[in-house]
Design a protein around this ligand. Sequence first.
Ligand code: ATP
Length: 197
Amino acid sequence: MEPCRLAATELACRRGERLLFAGLSLALESGSACHVTGPNGVGKSSMIRIMAGLLCPLAGSVERQGSMALLDQNIALDEHQPLAKALDFWSGIDGSATVDLARLGLSDLLDVPVRYLSTGQRKRAALARLLGQGADIWLLDEPLNGLDSEAVALVEALVAEHVAAGGVALIASHQPIAVAGMSKLHLPDFVPQDAYA
Ligand SMILES: Nc1ncnc2c1ncn2[C@@H]1O[C@H](COP(=O)(O)OP(=O)(O)OP(=O)(O)O)[C@@H](O)[C@H]1O
């Protein structure tokens, strides 16, 4: 994997009338991961979307070096297609990264239409999409939602492997996630609202 980097400098984010965070900085170099924590509504998903370039910050900047993949609640798979076909559509676009569908527990589900997949199965399918992209930088928004304990351990292993291979991972999750060496960024519950008045 080529060296990659994801950094934010002095980010601020406002949603509606509320300033969610301000003065937020971080720098993730190749081979590092960060767990963004904080209670519901503090702005974890908003931060991930800013890092992905999908949401404009109120202030600050983001630096990205390397290809990026985003895993969130939208799995972007055709609900009407069997899982194999829905995944094939993207592998035709993403390229040739090989995905071990058996490891993800998807081998027996390939002929099932995406709309019939359970919550955890959908998340596993989203992980297949993530791995298929072969991206340097992973942005994961609540990747453990809906997963059983075995699948949680699998996600932890996948992140550890990605980081060991020189990738970067930024993970927003209110659940504990065990990856050796991963840093933590706790978004504050209280932010003075007059900082950018
Ligand atoms: N499009 C929007 N317009 C206005 N406010 C929004 C919008 N999207 C989100 N918000 C608000 O921004 C705040 C932060 O939302 P966000 O989803 O980033 O939080 P979160 O920390 O990821 O929460 P959770 O742990 O519940 O997933 C919430 O109060 C939410 O209502």
